[in-house]
Ligand binder design. Structure first.
Ligand code: ADE
Length: 235
């Protein structure tokens, strides 16, 4: 993807607190409901925006991304929200911009595949669009938030033990864990739609995660939204 190619941008988040800040900024919003997902369509500045709350987990995320692509044909999809931090340099409220996504719960290793391999497309790491990722990272820094770029690991699991955290971090060299990005990435990959993942850290995915998450999720979600709004201004 090149500069100024994004005319229609799809934005997906799992939860209301992660997408409301975008929906509120959409001018002349119209809501189209398909397969139970409310797609809010309108403009922010010169860009056409479609914003949707997909719900939690890989199945809802995939359903939303595929429906968005078929119904609205976005030039690019961004997944915004919160995540558990796996890189020791990250602090709560910092932002991770994905270079690529993996699915940490994809495992056919007992029949000879490497852990994380997605059969059919036969890759483990799904690359994010380089232009989108670079501009997202620039946007994070431009709004004064600390940014790290790295692998985002997705699975249908809230990661909240040091053991699981270490497993995901070490197996996939992942910087953050969440529950939707890898599914959105896979759908975008097979449809050849450029995508980016931006996640602010709400917890460390460790033994304190269950306590930290409710305390910091809303503030973290706000940081990710702030950066996405800046991205929209500059793309
Ligand atoms: N989203 C935010 N924190 C998370 C965690 N620890 N595990 C999975 N998804 C998350």
């Amino acid at each position: 993807m090149q500069n100024k190619e994004i005319k229609t941008l799809g934005i997906i988040a799992a939860m209301q607190i992660e997408i409301d800040g975008i929906k509120e900024r959409i001018e002349n919003p119209e809501t189209v409901t398909v397969s139970g997902v409310d797609f809010v369509c309108g403009t922010i500045g010169e860009k056409k925006i479609i914003a949707a709350k997909c719900g939690i987990g890989k199945v809802f995320a995939a359903l939303c991304a595929q429906t968005m692509i078929l119904r609205f044909a976005p030039d690019c999809i961004i997944n915004t929200g919160v995540a558990g931090g796996l890189n020791d340099n990250l602090r709560i409220l910092d932002v991770v911009v994905a270079t690529d996504v993996v699915q940490h719960d994809m495992d056919t290793s007992h029949i000879g595949d490497p852990v994380g391999l997605i059969s059919g497309i036969n890759i483990i790491n799904i690359p994010c669009d380089r232009f989108v990722a670079a501009l997202l990272a620039e946007s994070v820094s431009a709004v004064g938030i600390r940014c790290l770029r790295g692998t985002v690991a997705t699975g249908d699991q809230f990661v909240c033990t040091e053991e699981k955290r270490q497993y995901i971090k070490n197996t996939f060299n992942a910087s953050a864990c969440e529950m939707e990005g890898g599914a959105i990435g896979q759908v975008c990959y097979v449809n050849e739609v450029p995508f980016g993942i931006i996640r602010a850290i709400s917890d460390g995915g460790d033994d304190s995660a269950s306590m930290d998450y409710p305390t910091f999720a809303a503030k973290a979600a706000e940081n990710s939204v702030k950066a996405v709004l800046r991205f929209i201004e500059s793309c």
